[in-house]
Design a protein. Structure first.
Length: 296
């Protein structure tokens, strides 16, 4: 397949999210939105969940979109950072993988409880009426859901307006729930090497998601990626909607030196998301993606 349409935009988008993690749409609707946007190769990569993958594959078959079975595992770098590792081409029905993901989601739930407590300690209310339906449906609660529960609680309105973070859940998340902010709490497991091993055991390729979203400056990103190669990392998401031209070129060139595959995405979360609302909204900046086995 070609990697770009005549207008130069990529025809693949290898990270997206449904209601099974922190997306707004059902898995089939994510695929339909991707097809409408001209995506030919798609990955549904929910956080620590593969429940929507079969539905996405079936929708893709109907709509002419090839869907790669995928997952995005939230993990802890042994040196301290919370990072995300994408697993592509996995056997999403493998019992060992499903057991591992159940364990990771349980850790995510405990983390969410710790962050909710921390938000309240910061003087913010958390609207549990928004979270309870997700719990009842067996759906995970992550930082975006906590941020929305803060944003929509009327008791927080005046304070959030004073802090100029009263429009989008993502603003609450950035102000309170990312590393270095007062209500952030880290995961306990898996580590990055453990996530890579689980992905490999399920027959997949392990790819570091959006490196510059989590780690800076370039020298540190480069050193971290080289260390991850030692753990067995197969690739890096060099092409990403929030990466600058310089960051993209740096990652693509480094990946070429290290013999890694390079993927890319607009990280679709839903049509109304502040940052991640459009498929194919990332640039190649003159570099050729190296999708390896994912290219088909």
């Amino acid at each position: 397949m070609s990697f770009a349409s005549p207008d130069g935009r990529p025809t693949f988008d290898l990270q997206s999210h449904s209601v099974w993690s922190d997306g707004a749409l059902a898995a089939a609707d994510v695929v339909a939105a991707a097809a409408a946007a001209g995506v030919e190769l798609l990955a549904l990569s929910d956080h620590d969940a593969v429940d929507g993958v079969t539905e996405a594959i079936e929708a893709g078959a109907d709509l002419g979109v090839r869907v790669v079975p995928a997952v995005e595992i939230s993990s802890v770098d042994p040196e301290g950072d919370d990072l995300h590792i994408l697993g592509y081409g996995i056997d999403h029905t493998q019992p060992a993988l499903l057991e591992a993901l159940r364990d990771y989601r349980a850790d995510r739930e405990r983390r969410a409880d710790r962050m909710a407590k921390a938000l309240r300690e910061c003087g913010l209310e958390v609207d549990d009426t928004l979270l309870a339906p997700r719990r009842a449906a067996g759906l995970p609660i992550g930082r975006p859901h906590l941020a929305e529960a803060v944003l929509k609680h009327p008791a927080n309105a005046a304070r959030l307006k004073d802090e100029a973070i009263d429009q989008y859940p993502a603003d609450v998340l950035v102000a309170y729930l990312i590393e270095g902010k007062p209500a952030f709490r880290t995961r306990t497991h898996p580590t990055v090497p453990q996530a890579i091993d689980v992905i490999h055991a399920a027959g997949g390729l392990a790819v570091w998601a959006h490196p510059f979203w989590d780690v800076r400056p370039p020298e540190r990103v480069g050193a971290t990626l080289r260390r991850f190669v030692g753990y067995g990392m197969d690739g890096v998401e060099a092409f990403y909607s929030e990466h600058t031209r310089e960051q993209t070129i740096y990652l693509a060139d480094l990946a070429a030196q290290l013999g890694l595959i390079t993927t890319g995405s607009a990280d679709f979360h839903g049509p109304d998301h502040k940052h991640f609302s459009q498929f194919r909204a990332f640039e190649l900046h003159g570099r050729e993606p190296q999708l390896g086995p994912l290219a088909g």
